[in-house]
Design a protein around this ligand. Structure first.
Ligand code: ADP
Ligand code: MG
Length: 402
């Protein structure tokens, strides 16, 4: 795969697909981690005198056509402002994705300057399953530039126009973020130092069963917390009260447990819980000191005994992959499990990788220094699909020589 340095971007217009999909509270950016992660490649391009036209998506715009989506938002405009602050130079903003505003803004850039296009998902063709529709948008985007750099790791698992189709139309290279992500994830799939411990949490097992299946052939130990743990506990015949449960996934989860036993992979599930009567910031938290949860109560975090057990199971690890918070960390009363897991991982001597948008946001929200981990991936779905062994369309497109 070609890199930015190989492209000779000086004096050229470069379309950079970045991942700027930050969490928003109204127009306020609550975590700018993904913007920061995009800076090295943008800086490398501007330092070489490229005219950088950044293309990115934000959230999930709804509506039949461009006009409806643009009216409903979210707009990338606040992201342009934050990107400018972090870069220390103004970022011009195009009011459309690949229309007259984009063309004017791109034409107005001088060497070393940066522009951001409006939310690419305002264009329904961006995510279309129809190759022709995507190709038409890709042609309009490609017309804005002479070169393409793919650096939006978080979107690399999507066969989208700006990710998959544009690199077929322009000489292209992989950005530094993508290169860094791949080099770390590759270490997890090729002879990771052992013991290799995987910590999984988050909302639903159905999101992650495929990666669990793949990890069973690689990891030595699986620590499972968070919302997904209750389907595992239910599969073992435990009472889970009103906790998050995907009853239809019980057969698959049972199969995973059986496969783990066969493969000699240790699976550690919660043995106690922090529960509440409802999922709310002000719901009074109680500890349930056993595996079974009473009716009417929701398990919202792992309990103290589970925290200690998870930490113990991490002490001798030489490789750790953590995806999915073990509790509802967004509310302080249910954040202790996530904090305990994060802190235990920071003490591990070895390769420690955090994957998953919410897990990465939790690390930052809890004030744990990012430098305490080997790598915090910007791509939740993308990193999981890579670890599943699936081909990422965005990477495939970048790898094609041209
Ligand atoms: P990631 O983005 O890191 O892959 P997920 O998106 O899978 O993680 O899950 C994150 C969400 O899971 C968080 O919003 C968190 O509140 C939620 N969660 C964690 N534990 C529970 C639980 N016990 N019950 C309900 N939701 C939970
Ligand atoms: Mg998530």
């Amino acid at each position: 795969m070609r890199r930015v340095e190989d492209l000779g971007p000086g004096g050229k217009a470069v379309l950079l697909r970045a991942d700027l999909n930050v969490p928003l509270d109204g127009a306020r950016i609550t975590d700018d981690g993904r913007i920061r992660a995009s800076l090295p490649t943008i800086g490398k391009l501007t330092a070489r005198g490229a005219r950088v036209i950044v293309c990115a998506h934000l959230g999930r715009p709804k509506g039949e056509d461009y006009a409806q989506r643009a009216a409903g938002g979210p707009s990338l405009r606040p992201v342009a402002a934050r990107l400018g602050e972090l870069l220390g130079q103004p970022v011009a903003f195009a009011d459309d994705v690949a229309g007259s505003s984009a063309a004017a803004v791109a034409a107005g850039l001088a060497d070393g300057e940066v522009a951001l296009l409006e939310n690419v998902r305002f264009e329904p063709a961006e995510t279309s399953k129809d190759d022709g529709q995507r190709a038409e948008l890709a042609r309009r985007l490609a017309a804005l530039a002479e070169l393409y750099v793919g650096d939006g790791f978080g979107a690399m698992h999507r066969k989208h126009a700006s990710v998959y189709d544009v690199p077929r139309l322009l000489p292209h290279a992989a950005g530094d973020l993508v290169a860094a992500e791949i080099s770390v994830l590759r270490q997890l799939t090729t002879e990771p130092p052992r013991p290799y411990v995987v910590v999984l949490g988050g909302a639903k097992p159905s999101d992650k069963l495929a990666v669990i299946g793949n990890l069973l052939t690689r990891a030595d130990r699986l620590l499972i917390g968070g919302g997904m743990a209750y389907t595992f506990l239910a599969a073992q015949g435990h009472q889970v009260g009103g906790s998050l449960l995907e009853a239809d996934q019980i057969p698959q989860v049972s199969a995973v447990l059986a496969e783990a036993a066969r493969a000699g992979v240790e699976v550690v599930l919660p043995s106690d819980h922090i529960v509440a009567g409802r999922l709310a910031a002000d719901a009074p938290a109680e500890t349930v000191a056993e595996v079974d949860i009473p009716a009417g109560k929701l398990g919202l975090d792992i309990g103290p005994a589970t925290r200690a057990e998870f930490a113990r199971k991490l002490t001798d690890a030489r490789t750790v992959f953590w995806n999915g918070p073990p509790g509802v960390f967004e509310y302080p009363a249910f954040a202790d499990g996530t904090r305990a897991v994060a802190e235990a991982i920071t003490k591990v001597e070895g390769l420690t990788v955090v994957g998953g948008g919410d897990s990465a946001a939790a690390v930052r929200l809890l004030g744990i220094p990012e430098s305490a981990f080997t790598h915090i991936s910007t791509g939740g779905g993308a990193s999981l699909e890579y670890l599943e062994g699936r081909e990422l369309p965005g990477l495939t497109a970048l790898a094609d020589g041209r």
